[in-house]
Design a protein around this ligand. Structure first.
Ligand code: SF4
Length: 460
């Protein structure tokens, strides 16, 4: 049974929240996070909200009176992962009857009350759209003997949140959209995160100004599909970037993830015209190099359309570093269609990529396709794809040797005393000799060695 409502889900309701000090000793909260940067950012938000409700973040589940699993259902066996993690907390729950265990994120949204039925150790479940109600949900879990299930969307309400991050450091994330309207046939996101909603541009601007005041130098704008952003006055994503570049003192702006169909010439021009701030790194997931497979995925572009976009990007941003996502073994994918994916990888020369074997997700159309590809075939294709990419990316990254790159320094090198690390505009982790006082500065580094993920050089 779904218990609702849990009160107003706007931030204002939090002011009146009290911590469940009642039976707990430390009010320690531990959040276990799976999945993407969006989920990591959501966990930060949960910690911040729970701190306002008098909880204290702790480093291990053993120290906690409240454990939250912020789950992800994009990859394989997500529900099993949740059950197996909760199972590990059985002894803790026995030792500490005040311990409450909650499941949030996409699995919470997808499975709802099924989770508590299958695994009685789970006390409450909530969805990604209910994070701002978390203190209320937790309060109810402490004051009720029953299970609390609160996983509902507010699809028609404006997306007003304030960025919440506890220790942002030099570089941090800012949500700009949530949800997705694209319904790619393999993807569960529209079902677990709801319809696309965009934050007002002024809210994003004000978040970034505040982060700059806290010492942040670089932000990554986050969303399932950031370039479909549409602000309240018709501000599109390219215009949002211009606004942020011109009106804030942030040094660098990145964003993830983009959809090729929404990657416009206007956006390429912004990369060119605001190169100082908008980084030379674009993650543009293609998923397959074959047009028929793309059609069955409902990606709404062909191989040729995608290659034209890549050509356009290189025209405006010749120094760009590209990365992408691939799915191998999508239902019905033939060997020759897979070879089209390999040939696309050779053609585009990605510096990094993420490749996965297809796995059916609940509610999705592709899960019902009859022609699922055998596991051993998928594994073989994945191995071949990664092998091809490894060889090509090593070759590709040699172009940096001898170059001078600008690095935003973010920390000491944990492996090498006296060395610092940071990221180049192309998103390469760069190591060089230096001292802690450089943290937060952009320095020039001459590259002496280059590997697909990292660069090594000397400061000039
Ligand atoms: S655009 Fe991305 S988030 Fe949206 S349905 Fe497709 S894969 Fe999922």
């Amino acid at each position: 049974m779904e218990i609702k409502p849990l009160g107003d889900h706007s931030n204002s309701s939090l002011e009146t929240q009290k911590a469940p000090s009642q039976n707990t000793q430390t009010n320690g909260v531990f959040i276990s996070t799976y999945g993407c940067q969006m989920n990591s950012n959501d966990s930060e938000r949960m910690y911040s909200l729970l701190e306002m409700a008098n909880f204290t973040p702790v480093n291990t589940p053993e120290q906690a009176n409240l454990i939250i699993i912020n789950s992800c259902s994009v990859r394989e066996k997500p529900v099993h992962k949740v059950y197996s993690e909760v199972g590990r907390y059985k002894k803790l729950k026995k030792k500490n009857p005040n311990l409450k265990i909650g499941v949030g994120g996409c699995v919470g949204q997808q499975e709802k009350s099924a989770l508590t039925k299958e695994q009685p150790l789970i006390d409450f479940v909530f969805g990604p759209d209910n994070i701002d109600e978390l203190p209320n949900i937790v309060q109810n879990a402490y004051s009720s003997d029953g299970k609390i299930i609160h996983a509902k969307f507010y699809n028609n309400e404006p997306y007003h949140i304030e960025n919440m991050v506890r220790n942002p450091g030099v570089s941090t994330f800012v949500n700009i959209t949530k949800g997705c309207d694209n319904f790619c046939t393999f993807c569960v996101v529209p079902f677990t995160r709801g319809r696309l909603r965009s934050r007002p541009a002024q809210d994003i601007l004000s978040d970034i100004e505040k982060l700059v005041d806290r010492g942040v130098k670089e932000v990554t704008l986050l969303g399932q599909n950031v370039n479909s952003y549409m602000g309240e006055c018709g501000t599109n994503f390219a215009q949002l970037l211009v606004l942020l570049a011109e009106k804030t003192n942030i040094l660098r702006i990145r964003y993830t993830t983009s959809h090729p169909k929404d990657f416009t010439e206007e956006l390429c021009q912004v990369h060119r015209d605001y190169k100082e701030k908008v980084c030379d790194y674009i993650h543009l997931p293609v998923q397959s190099g074959n047009s028929e497979v793309l059609h069955r995925m409902n990606r709404v572009y062909t191989r040729e359309d995608y290659l034209k976009k890549i050509e356009m990007i290189y025209k405006y941003v010749p120094s760009v570093s590209l990365s992408s996502d691939f799915i191998v073994g999508f239902p019905g994918e033939t060997e020759s269609q897979f070879l089209d994916t390999l040939s696309l990888i050779e053609k585009v020369k990605y510096e990094s990529l993420y490749a996965f074997k297809y796995s059916p997700r609940p509610f999705t159309k592709a899960a019902r396709f009859g022609d699922q590809v055998a596991e051993d075939v998928m594994q073989d294709r994945l191995d071949r794809l990664l092998q091809l990419h490894r060889a090509g990316s090593f070759q590709e990254c040699q172009k940096y040797v001898g170059d001078i790159v600008e690095v935003l320094v973010d920390k000491e090198d944990s492996q090498k005393p006296g060395y610092m690390t940071g990221r180049s505009s192309q998103n390469k982790i760069t190591h060089f000799e230096g001292s802690r006082d450089l943290i937060g500065q952009i320095v020039k580094v001459k590259i002496e060695q280059s590997h697909p993920q990292t660069l090594h050089g000397i400061r000039v």
